[in-house]
Design a protein around this ligand. Structure first.
Ligand code: FAD
Ligand code: MG
Ligand code: MG
Ligand code: MG
Ligand code: MG
Length: 501
């Protein structure tokens, strides 16, 4: 590490300004939160900042409402409508929480420190680097876009992860239209320029394609009447269907709607190379083929950030692809470090082992028999455990619920002197302990443009049609977002009469 400019002493210690404590009062434990996305922000909103010295570090000083990002790409929603400044959130909580706009580039769990770099400020060393120490670390840095090392993707494709990405896509779409109207282009070149390719048939790619289609047919067709017929949108998906994480009825509905809208679906195709003017894909039947394109958006999957991969090597998780936590969201084999949201995955114990442990624990007096009351408790525990066998999806819902759960655990840690360490101490389940994290599914939604939305609600209640779009926004709006953000959204949320719970 010394290679990046001087040894440890060279770094300003961010702890210095919080060191002054009144004598005789035990200093508050330091909770350091990395990230201001769904997971980190929800944690910060819910942590009792009078109990801890909370410090938040993120290269982004705002929270972004990602479900509306695709709408920013086409100008349906303004960027400022979907962001909430983190300092505003902190101030609302009484201003006790500190925030540093910086990126964590190295974790040191041995010495309980994180290494940070600010790209806006300089320190005495001139490199913007500083060191922060923690008692508890909450990692909520999210995931990065995954190119699967496909050549040319980083150079030629857009991603759709951040607000800046959405703004860039918007500019790029407009550039394509302006370029296609320039005088000395031939028909082929105009067609190429107006070919928009979306790689990845998951919710993000599908949503973007739908949004782009509406933008082109409703707004741009009027502004560019001479070239509107040359526009083509293609969605490329490696699997046999799009939206495979949804119920089959939803993916079928989406596929049929795209067909009606003239959006080309290339399912069963894998993109293997991207150059500045062509995309090369591979198909089991047809082999390799290249298509000319004007703009491409890559939303084919997510991967682990380098700083987390490095951390995983340090703590013996180097053979995994995603950072693993237990059901209390504690990073495995790593004291006082928690990970929530897309940057981590919760590993579940084997069901049988689990059930044995539940039964053993239920037999409180070790008599070898269970009372009716004991059996009731057992059944409750088993229900909770069995819900968790499936891996949780990388969604805002999961991230926010984990942030909220962990904050509540932290808030209760000091409840009683017998369990000062809170979730960390839990070795068994029980009403008198912290229950493991339990995900409550509120439904998955995929807006398909044209005000039609496919929704999959808990209990397999499927509804397809106009009204579900309001429903979709209401789930998020009512749970996470301030009134200001909510009022700025394009949809009239007051139309919602009923919320799914
Ligand atoms: P993020 O929200 O990505 O936040 C990560 C935070 O960490 C950011 O603030 C980032 O700046 C910060 N960070 C990154 N690196 C570092 C570092 N080294 N040090 C410190 N901080 C760092 N989910 C749904 O449930 N419904 C939807 O409709 C939906 N739509 C989506 C649409 C789009 C276009 C996208 C991209 C995602 C969508 N998702 C949706 C998924 C959802 O956004 C993610 O699951 C969610 O953001 C995960 O939350 P997170 O806090 O783990 O990560
Ligand atoms: Mg986060
Ligand atoms: Mg986010
Ligand atoms: Mg996760
Ligand atoms: Mg029990």
């Amino acid at each position: 590490f010394a290679a990046s400019g001087g040894g440890l002493v060279a770094y300003a210690d961010a702890r210095a300004d919080t060191a002054a404590e009144s004598p005789g009062v035990a200093p508050k434990k330091k909770v350091v939160v990395l990230g201001t996305g769904w997971a980190g922000t929800t944690f910060v909103k819910n942590i009792d900042s009078s109990l801890y010295d909370v410090q938040v570090i993120s290269p982004r000083n705002y929270f972004a409402f990602t479900p509306l990002l695709p709408s920013v790409t086409c100008g349906t929603v303004e960027p400022r409508s979907i962001v909430e400044p983190i300092r505003k959130i902190i101030t609302k909580k009484g201003g006790e929480i500190k925030f540093w706009e910086a990126e964590c580039f190295k974790l040191d769990p041995e010495n309980k420190k994180v290494y940070c770099r600010s790209n806006i400020g300089t320190n005495l060393e001139g490199n913007g680097e500083f060191l922060v120490d923690y008692d508890y670390l909450v990692i909520a840095v999210g995931a990065r876009a995954n190119t699967f090392n496909t050549p040319g993707v980083v150079e030629h494709c857009h991603f759709l992860k951040e607000v800046e990405d959405a703004q860039k896509i918007r500019r790029s779409v407009m550039d394509c239209f302006e370029r296609a109207t320039l005088p000395d282009l031939d028909e082929e070149e105009r067609k190429r320029t107006l070919h928009f390719v979306v790689v990845g048939g998951g919710p993000t790619g599908v949503e973007f394609a739908a949004e782009l289609h509406d933008f082109v047919s409703e707004d741009l067709a009027k502004l560019y009447p001479t070239i509107q017929d040359l526009v083509k949108i293609t969605v490329v998906e490696h699997a046999e269907h799009i939206l495979t994480m949804f119920d089959r009825r939803i993916s079928k509905f989406a596929e049929e709607k795209f067909q009606r809208d003239g959006i080309e679906l290339k399912t069963g195709f894998k993109v293997v190379k991207v150059s500045d003017k062509t995309i090369t894909m591979e198909n089991a039947l047809h082999g390799e083929s290249s298509v000319p394109y004007g703009m491409a958006v890559w939303s084919a999957g997510i991967g682990t950030r380098p700083v987390i991969l490095d951390f995983m090597k340090q703590i013996g998780q180097g053979n995994r692809r995603v950072l693993a936590t237990d059901e209390w969201l504690r990073v495995r084999e790593c004291e006082d470090v928690y990970a929530i949201g897309d940057c981590a995955t919760m590993s579940q114990r084997k069901v049988m082992e689990d059930i044995m442990e539940i039964f053993r624990f239920a037999d409180k007096d070790n008599s070898g028999t269970l009372t009716v009351k004991e059996i009731q408790d057992v059944l409750e525990d088993i229900c909770i455990r069995l819900q968790k066998v499936k891996n949780l999806p990388a969604t805002a819902q999961v991230a926010a619920q984990q942030g909220n759960y962990l904050a509540r655990c932290f808030n209760r840690m000091k409840d009683s002197a017998e369990k000062p360490e809170g979730p960390k101490r839990i070795t068994k389940m029980g009403r008198h302990h912290f229950l493991p994290f339990r995900y409550k599914h509120l439904g998955q939604f995929a807006p398909l443009g044209g005000e039609q939305t496919a929704a999959q609600l808990p209990g397999d209640w499927i509804s397809i049609g106009h009204s579900t779009q309001w429903l979709w926004y209401s789930v998020y709006a009512s749970k996470q977002v301030s009134w200001r953000t909510r009022a700025l959204m394009k949809q009239p949320l007051l139309h919602v009469t009923k919320e799914p719970t």
